[in-house]
Design a protein around this ligand. Structure first.
Ligand code: URA
Length: 466
């Protein structure tokens, strides 16, 4: 029997290192006891060691498994480490298992991951700070009781949102302390350690203002999102004039530094964001569409492509750029030498806008209001992925990224600085045409010329990635 001791209950890296070692020795899952510190977490392991099976064929762990494991490790289910290792061991001989949603083990782990993501979202939505004296200054302190081990994974989110304040988040397992530049960790606390009283309105306003980037927000759409009956009493609504004036500035330097300090949890944050986007009702396009088509690709991608909106096939598949425009896009990427799997691909608008003609759904161009409403998601995606270069495919994408009408013919094919540039090299954009423009060109020679120009633009942008 092998006993694996992980230092923390949410330590994905430690689990992965241990699993890798066990896997390379072909240690069967039933011969492993997983524990955190000195507390056994896996009470279900067999008592009797079983002989190890012969080593299996070498294999690459599917990315989907790693994504799943990163979330599952944060669960409070005691069997999570053992079940993940069981799944890993089975994947060697059943490479497609991770996609089999009917498999009871995959289903169970999916449920763990979903619970974790919901908990992450709940912490973001419901945590409230209260004011506490701290020497000559003020510290903002919040008490929160998460269901799972999500506190560290959520740290970057709160640093982003409250970068310029001194705050502490107290939970039963661990405390986080932010002093405006450095994030530190302390032991768990009790509710009695947190100040009582009403949540601090100013803080909540800051939070609100940073969530809704004031330079970009559509006030009407914003208020529509808040149930009308709450308007009068909510501190956020008092902020509206300031938001209109664009009075809030983000403390972007600190945010960038904090991200570097913390790192590592972008994938989970991205999954939580994607799940949130599934229920998006920011504009009416969600009603007739089949589903939200969120971006896809590695969260640490150096290049991001932004298209216009999903088409008919993307709406059905739930993935961007898989229809005819996507196929042309893939061909152009191939010629340009760009590896799509290393890029993050998304759209300015996340729902398919169409007109129904008989049985056919005909693409309709998204309007300025729809682009504006959906910009929230692009901003969040850009904050998480932080690509070195973002390529706007067509006018809708360029408008969304630059917040103004951009003439493609004039601006294409060279680097431009995005308005959200934070001086960290993440604010560069290239603009080019949309692949569907190329599909529509009736003249064959012109279509070939334009395709070649498109490829040149892609090649140029890709060449700038360090
Ligand atoms: N056109 C887009 O802009 N995006 C897609 O995902 C598909 C077609």
């Amino acid at each position: 029997m092998r006993v694996v001791t992980l230092p923390q209950p949410d330590d994905f890296d430690a689990w992965r290192d241990a699993a890798r070692a066990l896997f390379s020795d072909a240690t069967p899952p039933e011969n492993v006891i997983w524990q955190v510190g000195d507390a056994p977490t896996d009470l279900f392991a067999a008592d009797e060691p079983t002989p190890p099976p012969p080593p299996g064929p070498a294999f690459t762990v599917p990315r989907a498994f790693l994504d799943l494991a990163r979330s599952v490790v944060l669960s409070r289910e005691p069997e999570r480490f053992a079940l993940l290792y069981t799944l890993l061991a089975r994947l060697r001989f059943e490479p497609r298992l991770i996609d089999d949603r009917a498999d009871p083990l995959v289903r169970k782990l999916d449920r763990f991951a979903k619970d974790v993501r919901r908990d992450i979202h709940k912490m973001r939505a419901f945590l409230r700070f209260r004011e506490a004296p701290d020497g000559d200054t003020t510290r903002y302190v919040a008490w929160f009781e998460p269901d799972h081990h999500i506190v560290r994974a959520n740290a970057a989110f709160f640093v982003n949102r409250f970068a310029s304040m001194r705050w502490s988040i107290l939970t039963p397992d661990v405390s986080l302390h932010w002093d405006g530049a450095v994030l530190s960790e302390g032991p768990g606390a009790t509710k009695a350690d947190a100040p009582e009283g009403d949540p601090v309105e100013e803080v909540w306003k800051t939070y609100y203002a940073s969530v809704f980037n004031p330079a970009r927000v559509k006030i009407g759409a914003m208020l529509k999102e808040m149930p009308r009956k709450y308007w009068k009493n909510m501190p956020e609504t008092a902020l509206v004039p300031a938001l209109i004036a664009g009075a809030q500035a983000r403390e972007s330097g600190m945010i960038a530094k904090a991200r570097e300090d913390i790192g590592g949890n972008s994938q989970i944050a991205w999954e939580a964001l994607r799940d949130e986007a599934k229920g998006c009702t920011r504009c009416p396009l969600y009603k007739p569409a089949t589903q939200t088509v969120f971006g896809e690709g590695p969260v640490d991608a150096a290049m991001m492509f932004v298209g216009e909106q999903p088409g008919d096939q993307e709406d059905l598949a739930g993935r961007p750029f898989v229809g005819p425009a996507g196929q042309l896009f893939d061909r152009a990427l191939g010629v340009a030498g760009v590896d799509r799997s290393r890029t993050y691909v998304t759209n300015a608008v996340k729902h398919f806008k169409f007109e129904q003609r008989g049985k056919r759904r005909i693409h309709a161009k998204p309007g300025a209001g729809e682009i504006e409403a959906c910009r929230w998601w692009i901003e969040q995606e850009r904050m998480l992925v932080r690509p070195q270069v973002t390529v706007a495919l067509g006018a809708t994408a360029a408008r969304s990224l630059f917040g103004r009408v951009v003439t493609i013919g004039r601006e294409r094919g060279h680097p431009m600085t995005l308005p959200d540039d934070q001086g960290d090299g993440g604010g560069t954009a290239w603009i080019t045409v949309h692949p569907s423009y190329l599909l529509r060109l009736p003249d064959k020679a012109q279509a070939e010329d334009e395709f070649a120009r498109f490829v040149e633009d892609l090649r140029g942008a890709w060449a700038t990635i360090g």
